[in-house]
Design a binder for this molecule. Structure first.
Ligand code: ATP
Length: 456
């Protein structure tokens, strides 16, 4: 179990208090496993997604972007195997009426019966579980006003299949040859009926998926490459190395099409859990869609005269789970001048707001100069202006959302055009000339960073 101050309850309460992430449809009493992202949550999530795109298409030349439809032809899910096999085994308790995953009844998953005293499902004297039944996780809907045979469609349970459907089209215009990848970010939907642990498991969630098409003989080598690249990506977001691990699936855990899969796991307050899955999917998907659609989905190498169905390596990550890992990894509590402080020690590049500009007092020309400074910075980085409340309270507000720097305008600023820059983690305050401020802060943002919780 984690050794720091963070618990899931504290994360949930901070997120709600600061409008980062909160339950959806709250005025109607909420809806299970569904959350909304407020201003700072949107900014944080956008930083995660931007960092992913940077790693996929900014830092490399062998991957192209795609944004495929959420509702695809229903045959897609026959071919992919989701219609027949994308199921969870569920049991119902006849006593409490709660539904549980049959494979999550053990202490490791720690899903508790809602009755008091709360026990693991099936362990209490009154528990009365049904046999396990398979339950398909895909949301169904219909096209057109009348629900008739043939009009049933599904909300995609993963973004990956849209990539396989477009493989031939993309190959035609992308001027790439294997090894090359197609990346996409978008919403997926799963009818998850078991308790979700905040945004860890939700009904709708954003995925960041990339299908990397390779010559069959190179598949294992590229699988190893992506294991390393993806672990490295999480560390570059500032997540502590000792809270990340790669876990290879056992033979009996592997999907029928996969010859190897590993999960990147994070040590959440609920224990080690999957952040991302990296799978060697072989040629299963392209072969299936070729068979069901009648299209040839293969690569013809004009130089060698070789024709083959590429194999696929898939790193599939969740935006929500990465966001939750960042929040958990950054959460800290300390004392300043005898007062308790809650702080998110986020990597500055991940922080929703990079710099807050604060006039010490709301008079003497300080707000005007503060606005001038804010306007100087806003094109370079996400900036916030705040003049409400004591300076201590304003620092505390920024600490809670993880703002790495607070720029304070005081009486000296009006005399010599310098400001103080307060550091969230070290609490040092340095005087910097306003003219130099944008470059000084941009330099700090680019600098190497390591979580202060590592040394703690
Ligand atoms: P789990 O075993 O936790 O249900 P999974 O193995 O079914 O996850 P994948 O199908 O591999 O998940 O999906 C890839 C990624 O999408 C996961 O690693 C996770 O980050 C994210 N993800 C999957 N399901 C959900 C969900 N219900 N809510 C939030 N994120 C999800």
């Amino acid at each position: 179990m984690p050794d720091d101050a963070v618990t899931m309850d504290k994360i949930v309460s901070l997120c709600k208090r600061r409008g980062i992430i909160f339950p959806a449809s709250e005025i109607y009493g909420g809806i299970a496993n569904t959350y909304d992202y407020g201003h700072y949550g949107v900014l944080l999530k956008r930083n995660v997604v931007d960092a992913w795109w940077q790693a996929m298409i900014g830092d490399r030349d062998d991957i192209v972007a795609l944004d495929s439809a959420i509702i695809q032809h229903p045959r897609t899910w026959e071919a992919s195997g989701h219609l027949a096999g994308f199921t969870d085994p569920l049991v119902d308790c006849r006593t409490c009426g709660q539904r549980f995953r049959a494979d999550h009844l053990d202490a490791e998953h720690d899903v508790r019966c809602p009755r008091k005293p709360s026990v693991l499902p099936g362990q209490g004297p009154d528990c009365n579980l049904t046999e396990a039944r398979e339950f398909n996780l895909m949301f169904e809907t219909t096209i057109g006003p009348v629900q008739e045979a043939g009009s049933t469609v599904y909300l995609r349970p993963e973004t990956a299949q849209g990539i396989f459907l477009d493989f031939k089209t993309v190959l035609g215009f992308a001027r790439r040859k294997p090894p090359f990848g197609i990346a996409q970010v978008g919403k997926s939907f799963r009818n998850e009926i078991t308790p979700g642990n905040f945004i860890f498991r939700t009904l709708e969630f954003e995925q960041m998926e990339m299908e990397y098409f390779v010559p069959p003989d190179d598949a294992h080598r590229w699988y190893l490459h992506w294991l390393e690249a993806r672990m490295d990506w999480y560390e570059r977001l500032g997540i502590r190395g000792d809270h990340l691990r790669l876990r290879a699936h056992e033979q009996d855990e592997l999907s029928h099409y996969s010859s190897a899969t590993s999960d990147v796991e994070y040590l959440y307050p609920i224990g080690w859990q999957e952040l991302e899955g990296i799978a060697n999917r072989g040629n299963f998907d392209l072969t299936q869609h070729a068979q069901y659609s009648g299209e040839k989905l293969e690569y013809f190498d004009q130089q060698s005269g070789e024709r083959y169905v590429p194999h696929v390596i898939e790193p599939a990550a969740g935006v929500g789970r990465a966001t939750l890992a960042l929040l958990c990894d950054a959460y800290d509590e300390d004392q300043i001048g005898g007062e308790a402080r809650t702080v998110l020690k986020l990597h500055p590049r991940m922080a929703p707001v990079k710099v807050a500009v604060l006039p010490l007092v709301r008079k003497d020309g300080q707000p005007e100069l503060a606005h001038e400074v804010r306007n100087l910075l806003r094109r370079r980085m996400q900036t916030e202006y705040d003049e409400g409340g004591s300076i201590g309270r304003r620092y505390r507000r920024q600490d809670e959302i993880g703002t790495p720097w607070c720029v304070t305008i005081d009486h000296q600023s009006l005399e010599d055009r310098t400001v103080t820059v307060r550091d969230r983690d070290t609490l040092t305050q340095d005087r910097v000339a306003i003219d130099e401020l944008p470059d000084v802060l941009a330099g700090k943002l680019e600098a190497a960073w390591i979580s202060p919780k590592v040394a703690a």
